[in-house]
Ligand binder design. Structure first.
Ligand SMILES: Cc1cc2nc3c(=O)[nH]c(=O)nc-3n(C[C@H](O)[C@H](O)[C@H](O)COP(=O)(O)OP(=O)(O)OC[C@H]3O[C@@H](n4cnc5c(N)ncnc54)[C@H](O)[C@@H]3O)c2cc1C
Length: 440
């Protein structure tokens, strides 16, 4: 925005809408408010939208980080009534209609919270400190560097036990993220490790998928769970059910039953919690870390403040415990709120939200995916192609789609994940502390 554009934006005689978070919900909302009689300000702590469903492919060196990220400025540039500021929102003052950020305060007439969710460690600080997580591009790059560093380090290990511990990858949580990561690591063992780390015995790399439930993908149909389990086992992933991890010190995992397992890498994919903000505690649902909203996405008891996507908890129809924390729910809520804001501007009656569940899908590896759509449960190559098509079309920006398509074509035809570069080495917490507090 040049100074002229800024003056034009500032002079717009419209209500100020502040949108916090440019994820699936926030981005959809601002796109639909382009040209509307609202002055919109998007605030995000990142300068880019992140397409989270493909994060695991960045983590496993199949896709480059920029192919699943899109700069907000590129989205906002053609929208005269929308501005973007990179800022972390730290609190909301609903009485004064202000959001507090690390770059000062912003006034709003209408506030939309679309802050998404973070990893839920359920209060276990030891695991939180040592485990890896997958919610952002930075974390995906950490996982990528970590497994590549482990491969390199294993070559220096003198004995079989140390080598096995270095090459033990444990994923906690057998939901879509855990299943997809485990499958991708198994493909890396079968291709990259075998071909390019010839001095290592690839059998020494073990992948563990741990869950306290009794099936993988517990929110999918039983058929889809069974397909996914078979694919994982065929690929050599060790799946352990009914096991609860209680401690991890960076080297050793402890389970609730007292048993232990050596593992240098633990990736925590066992839960999410809404990214709520200080100042709006009264509207929070205890334990759920989500805002209680009505069917118009407005926070209960806080007029003019709305919540969308993962951070919102709306009950309607069969969704007594809220909608699933997935992209389609976030997008559909944003579409309805945008339409309602337009109706409001025209003095028309608002419409309540009804979620249209279009089904679920997850991929485990090449030609191996599962799809649930109503009573149809698909597995195998057809499901895999459907998964690829849906994800490709959902990406933001033509360049990203083309890049992902080329990346997949190259990977699945050549099995050469070429993005295996350790650019910014991952430093574990324990090692980090050792460097910061040298002994002697
Ligand atoms: C690894 C992974 C895989 C997934 N796979 C799938 C899948 O296959 N299919 C599917 O439908 N869903 C999937 N999901 C879930 C899906 O990504 C979320 O449901 C969706 O992103 C929620 O959208 P949202 O707009 O609510 O939040 P998000 O998309 O998470 O966006 C939140 C935004 O808010 C910003 N933000 C947060 N806090 C602040 C703050 N204090 N100040 C400023 N900005 C802030 C963040 O930077 C981010 O840009 C996956 C999620 C993950 C992590």
């Amino acid at each position: 925005m040049n100074s002229h554009a800024k003056q034009q934006y500032d002079a717009l005689p419209y209500p100020q809408v502040v949108v916090v978070g440019g994820g699936f919900a926030g981005l959809e909302l601002i796109k639909r408010l382009e040209g509307a009689p609202y002055k919109v300000l998007l605030l995000d702590r990142q300068n880019h939208h992140c397409f989270q469903p493909l994060l695991y492919q960045v983590a496993t060196a199949s896709l480059s980080a920029d192919s699943i990220a899109h700069p907000f400025r590129r989205s906002v540039a053609p929208m005269p009534n929308v501005a973007f500021r990179m800022a972390k929102v730290t609190a909301v003052k609903p009485q004064e209609k202000l959001v507090v950020t690390d770059h000062g305060e912003f006034a709003y007439d209408i506030l939309v919270l679309a802050t998404g969710s973070g990893t839920n460690f359920f209060g276990n600080t030891a695991i939180e400190k040592e485990a890896m997580q997958l919610k952002s591009i930075g974390q995906a790059l950490d996982i990528r560097s970590d497994f590549l560093q482990d491969f390199e380090a294993a070559l220096y290990q003198q004995d079989e036990h140390s080598q096995k511990r270095q090459l033990n990858f444990t994923i906690v949580g057998a939901g879509p993220t855990g299943v997809e990561l485990a499958g991708a690591l198994a493909e890396i063992r079968r291709t990259v490790l075998k071909r390019e780390y010839r001095e290592l015995d690839s059998e020494r790399m073990q992948i563990w998928l741990i869950d306290s439930n009794d099936r993988v993908l517990k929110n999918f149909s039983e058929q889809a769970s069974a397909y996914a389990l078979k694919y994982l086992q065929d690929m050599g992933v060790n799946v352990r059910f009914g096991a609860r991890v209680t401690h991890f010190d960076g080297e050793l995992i402890t389970f609730q039953d007292g048993s232990t397992m050596d593992s240098r890498t633990l990736i925590w994919a066992a839960g999410v919690k809404g990214m709520t903000l200080p100042g709006l505690e009264a509207a929070e649902v205890p334990k759920a870390n989500r805002y209680n909203v009505d069917r118009y996405s407005e926070l209960e008891g806080v007029p003019g403040v709305y919540a969308l996507g993962d951070v919102a908890l709306m009950t309607e129809g069969k969704w007594e415990r809220g909608h699933p924390q997935v992209a389609p729910a976030a997008i559909q809520q944003a579409v309805l709120l945008a339409n309602n804001l337009l109706r409001k501007a025209e003095g028309k009656e608002l419409k309540p939200f009804t979620y249209v569940d279009k089904g679920s899908m997850a991929t485990i590896g090449r030609f191996k995916a599962v799809v649930d759509v109503g009573n149809i449960h698909l597995g195998g190559p057809l499901a895999w192609l459907a998964w690829m098509f849906v994800h490709l079309m959902a990406l933001v920006g033509f360049r990203n789609r083309l890049q992902v398509l080329m990346g997949w074509a190259w990977k699945y035809m050549s099995w050469k994940n070429t993005i295996r570069l350790i650019i910014r080495p991952y430093v574990r917490q324990v090692e980090h502390q050792a460097v910061e507090t040298p002994r002697g």
